[in-house]
Design a protein around this ligand. Structure first.
Ligand code: ZN
Length: 208
């Protein structure tokens, strides 16, 4: 507070304190939440997070990939190859499924899902049936695999908008270092000479 007072009355001149300019946009915020959630994943190979947002820009569901509740992730396999029952694929719940099932609102109609990876076909079915109208993804690493070709086909048929997240900065730092707090809060890491515009405030859907 003292800092603000001194700068606004510097040498007797009153200056208007204007708002911060380098704040993160909605898309960065929600994809950031999805990415942060992915850090909870115990999958040694693929960490995925998902964040569902309603028309009022409120988060209504968060999830990451993991074994079903009550099923030990120490006992179940994390292998990617071998017989089906010995791989994680038989058991793991995808981030999208968990985000949908963890919802804290009565329904997810017209919501947007932010997710690390393009959803697989099973998650696409859940997205569609939940009434989610838009998927914002970061990576489409497996687009040539049948499950993802089927996924795109289903999402397109159902009229779910699919958009790739195009970040304006390469990272956002969340610091737990108290000495670093002011810096971290005021100056999120920026890879480019980023200046936030009003368009950053608009998510891909739900103009507001
Ligand atoms: Zn999936």
């Amino acid at each position: 507070m003292e800092l603000e007072t001194s700068s606004s009355q510097f040498q007797g001149q009153t200056q208007v304190v204007s708002k911060r300019q380098n704040y993160i946009g909605w898309d960065e915020y929600f994809m950031g939440v999805a990415r942060l959630s992915s850090l909870r994943s115990k999958d040694p190979n693929t960490q995925v997070g998902a964040c569902i947002v309603n028309r009022d820009m409120r988060i209504v569901g968060i999830g990451y990939n993991g074994m079903p509740a009550g099923c030990s992730d120490d006992e179940l396999p994390w292998e990617r190859s071998g017989s089906f029952l010995e791989t994680k694929y038989a058991y793991i719940c995808h981030a999208e499924m968990n985000a949908i099932l963890n919802k804290n609102s009565s329904d997810l109609r017209d919501c947007t899902m932010y997710v690390d990876f393009f959803p697989c076909n099973e998650c696409a079915k859940l997205v569609i049936q939940a009434g989610i109208k838009k998927v914002v993804y970061m990576r489409d690493k497996y687009k040539d695999k049948p499950a993802f070709i089927a996924s795109r086909k289903l999402l397109e048929m159902a009229g779910v908008e699919i958009v790739q997240f195009m970040p304006k900065r390469s990272s956002i730092t969340v610091s737990f270092d108290l000495d670093d707090e002011a810096q971290a809060l005021m100056y999120p890491t920026s890879s480019t000479n980023h200046s936030t515009t009003d368009s950053d405030l608009k998510p891909h859907t739900n103009e507001k």
